[in-house]
Design a protein around this ligand. Structure first.
Ligand SMILES: *[C@@H]1O[C@H](CO)[C@@H](O)[C@H](O)[C@H]1NC(C)=O
Ligand SMILES: *[C@@H]1O[C@H](CO)[C@@H](O)[C@H](O)[C@H]1NC(C)=O
Ligand SMILES: *[C@@H]1O[C@H](CO)[C@@H](O)[C@H](O)[C@H]1NC(C)=O
Length: 394
């Protein structure tokens, strides 16, 4: 794909700085981050008793039975659907975007990871196909410098690193780096079946090497299992969704080293068509600017604002199977989901609306002949222009 260009060095520096200052927080997997059949493979790494395994199995069967009834929709359409990315011949299991905002990686059980150019979404479904030999990737994650990605292999339970490069014709290539690492259990801890989320900070040395992991804080307040959680772009906000039917939005930009606890900023209940939230697994995604939350349950998605809690839009029957991944792109322009062979890319219209609303609130008290006001007004105008362009495309 000619249009994918080399990541720039400056991105690396930003990230390294944020790592040193300890802002880069990683969460360890809760048990529920793993889904469906992947759960079973994962069990060997997580201490669990037999009762849990039985429960899980029943749930899986139940879901499947319920789902086959309506698994025939393949012609999904919606006015906010930007594009459907087609290319995989098997189910897409994971999605990730690079921090430089350029790439999106989709990993599939068709033994490939595909790299898409975010800028060119919809330009003829062009992508770079990366073969995952002898296995398939359950997930792909870009490195902080956007120059490589790791693939978590499903069968071997190892990590394979692929380096991004370019061939002589300027086409993006991905080369596996020698040998697979038996690694990704190192950071895995179980806190499944609990209402709390334990957050750990990963410490790096000045040269960017891994140093240690320390417990940062816990998010408490749900009355039962937390299904899923997500961060904004600098880990200063987090959102959780629980089997108790509620979502919680936290300020996590606290001095946890000094014992400060995250603040709860907003909480609310959520309802999704055809989902019984107390039974069906949900996935949550928080936009990089923390203004928008998307929650997926079965094959439906709802989108709401963290400020008001009000649902802006519901996308129904987006995939023919249960949604496996839900993310925002780095710029917060799109919401992406996977669940079958396709990746759906939606316009994050609420993101634009919330940006406009917040900026207009900021502008109101500012005197009219001020350069600050002018700057904000320019941002408002730009956001309005983008929003109108999207809404007209209908
Ligand atoms: C990193 O290590 C330093 C020194 O040991 C410590 O003061 C700091 O709190 C640690 N930060 C994180 C994020 O663990
Ligand atoms: C999808 O296809 C089905 C049957 O082929 C049809 O009944 C339905 O109206 C179509 N839906 C859309 C959104 O095109
Ligand atoms: C996070 O997003 C906000 C709002 O879009 C942006 O201003 C900020 O620079 C981003 N921060 C990082 C670390 O990417």
């Amino acid at each position: 794909m000619d249009s994918v260009t080399e990541p720039k060095q400056q991105n690396m520096q930003t990230i390294v700085i944020s790592l040193i200052t300890g802002f880069f927080i990683w969460i360890l997997f809760t048990f529920f981050q793993k889904k469906g059949e992947e759960k079973e493979e994962h069990n060997q790494n997580i201490e669990k008793d037999k009762t849990d395994t039985v429960k899980e199995h029943t749930k899986k069967t139940f879901k499947h039975a319920k789902f086959t009834k309506k698994a025939s929709v393949s012609n999904f359409s919606h006015s906010l659907l930007s594009v459907t990315l087609k290319g995989h011949s098997g189910k897409v299991l994971g999605l990730d975007v690079s921090i430089n905002g350029k790439y999106m990686a989709s990993s599939s059980d068709d033994r490939s990871v595909r790299l898409w150019s975010v800028k060119d979404f919809g330009a003829g479904n062009k992508c770079v196909r990366v073969n995952v030999e002898f296995d398939h990737a359950r997930f792909a994650r870009f490195s902080p410098d956007s120059r490589a990605f790791i693939a978590g292999l499903a069968v071997e339970n190892t990590v394979r690193v692929f380096k991004l490069g370019k061939n002589n014709d300027g086409v993006t290539t991905c080369i596996p780096i020698e040998g697979d690492f038996v690694k990704y259990n190192q950071f895995v801890a179980s806190c499944g079946w609990t209402p709390d989320v334990k957050v750990w900070a990963v410490n790096f040395t000045r040269s960017g090497e891994y140093k240690d992991v320390t417990r940062a804080f816990e998010l408490k307040g749900h009355t039962t299992t937390v299904w899923s959680f997500d961060f904004n772009n600098d880990s200063t906000r987090m959102v959780t969704v629980s089997k108790d039917g509620s979502w919680r939005f936290y300020d996590t930009g606290v001095e946890y080293e000094k014992g400060q606890e995250p603040y709860l900023l907003h909480t609310g209940e959520f309802h999704i068509s055809d989902c019984s939230i107390d039974k069906d697994f949900c996935i949550v995604a928080l936009s990089p600017d923390a203004r928008v939350v998307a929650v997926a349950c079965m094959n439906n998605i709802i989108v709401f604002s963290t400020a008001s809690g009000q649902v802006e839009v519901e996308f129904k029957e987006v995939h023919t199977e249960i949604i496996t991944a839900l993310i925002f792109d780095i710029a917060g322009r799109y919401i992406l989901s996977s669940g079958d062979k396709h990746v759906r890319v939606f316009h994050n219209v609420l993101g634009y609306k919330e940006t406009i609303r917040e900026l207009e609130e900021k502008i109101r008290p500012i005197p009219s002949a001020s350069s600050v006001r002018e700057r904000y007004q320019k941002q408002v105008d730009e956001a309005k222009k983008s929003l109108n362009a999207i809404l007209k495309i209908k």
